[in-house]
Design a protein around this ligand. Structure first.
Ligand code: SF4
Ligand code: SF4
Length: 54
């Protein structure tokens, strides 16, 4: 997952992931991509379109 520089670390994406694979901590986003099913919910929910699938 690519995180654009305008991410505001609001945590919306982490809240929506059905598998809880996203961790937002201070100014970093961590994805547990091994288990990602590419449902794209996180991409869709981001209010500023800061996520892009690789
Ligand atoms: S929802 Fe978008 S702006 Fe919010 S933490 Fe996730 S990527 Fe960043
Ligand atoms: S694409 Fe789906 S499974 Fe993967 S991190 Fe985003 S919400 Fe979670």
């Amino acid at each position: 997952m690519i995180v654009k520089e305008w991410c505001m670390y609001c945590g919306e994406c982490a809240g929506v992931c059905p598998r809880n694979l996203i961790e937002v901590r201070e100014l970093t986003l961590k994805f547990n991509e091994d288990q990602c099913k590419e449902c794209s919910l996180c991409v869709q929910v981001c209010p500023v379109k800061a996520l892009e699938k690789e």
